[in-house]
Design a protein around this ligand. Sequence first.
Ligand SMILES: [Zn+2]
Length: 506
Amino acid sequence: MAYTALYRKFRPLKFEDMVGQEHITKTLKNQIMAERVGHAYLFNGGRGTGKTTTAKILARAVNCLNPQNGEPCNECEICKEILSGSLTDVVEMDAASNNSVDDIRAIRDEVNFLPTKAKYRVYIIDEVHMLSTGAFNALLKTLEEPPEHVKFILATTEPQKLPATILSRCQRFDYKKINDENVVKRLKIICAESNIKITDEALKTIAVLSEGAMRDAISILERCGQESADEITVDLVKDLVGLPSLQYVHKVAKAILENDEMVALQAIDDVINDGKDLYNYLWEVIKYVKDILVYKSTQKLNLYSADELKAIQDLAEKAEKTRLLEIIYQLSELENRIKNSTQKTILFQAGILKICMKPIIPMAQPQIVKGQQNIVQPQPRRDTVSPVPEQKRPTAQNVQKTEDWQQIVENLKKSGKIRLYTCLVNTTVDKLNDQTWEVVFTNGLTDFNKRILEEVNNRNDLIKAIAMATGKEINIRLRDGKAKKAESTTQTSAFDGLGIDINIID
Ligand SMILES: [Zn+2]
């Protein structure tokens, strides 16, 4: 049995069977009924939106021996011959492969002859923007003075590549992307007629994946149908197009929102081990974060099961809209970077790690505020961003623990700030609130400590190290761990006028 691709088999034979392009089919039908069909049309639109299908219907409708309301009958001798491709009066040409001057000259010579059987010779030129300059010129001559018995239907995805002289001689119709609902509607009809069982969810997923191209939607459906005699599910659809299942996407999105680098790396490993394409995966993650943002704004989403929606709801509570937006931008940048890279995996891992890290508040020179309290606020710079540190650093939410302060101090040593490190090595930190930490000198706050912390470079290094770990501006108080609590005021005021630049608040 001869095999016919589903999209050919189910190519609409009438204007009324086409979905999503009613603004075009209605006009054409009216023109046909009023016998005011133009001599040249330009059909412009994305692939799979119905340009060629319309052209074929139009070619039959203008030649049909028994047209009905502007539609071809598809039953008469002419319609049947056009449908079978045996009528030489209707010529389909792909300009991608026949784009030379000679190809068009052949048409130009031919148009002078009357049609053999039909009323009109119809030339359908697909991908017309692929014609060479010479070919366009040859075509233009024909379009300028077309014989009565000739119709041209040009189709393109890139009208901006056509010479203005060609554009001005055509009636132009712009095809819309077919919306998901219409794609689903059409797929349902095809499934019913082909005995394909499929879940509604799977249908919706195919519609989303096809991005408004009906031909792509039908091709995906067909591949699914060949793969499984059982009911087609979402997982089968995703598997076939190489999409990672939602659990991988969710895992990495959650890790990013929780700044959990370890889990993020695990999620990426899972995807690689599962043989999925990282680029597709990244695209899915971008869409997922976008959906979290949409959910946060509208409290509703299509295409997800109740459980999946609950998971999205949980994630939506973890981040502000601005953070979600920022993640989307960062992921999109990453997408651009890895698109043409031969080191996709490494770039992908590094990029996700970077996004996992909390945004860093850029450091600036602290200002000394003279007065009874030396309150110093680091001012964020507006135009530069501090580089992300290479070493693993604690994340903001767990920095409250003392060992993370130790990590900050440890990092000072690693980066060669030995004096500062020595000064702080026997300290702990009390996190008083989101903006203020109290550094406690457990062995007492000595003059040596004070002198070290007075130095501008040391002061800047410490502020920077804390900001890198927390992503925040933190004010620092110094406290002598040996002094009684009540004495701390006196002690802090001892810094007054000493030019101690580190943030000291009391
Ligand atoms: Zn007919």
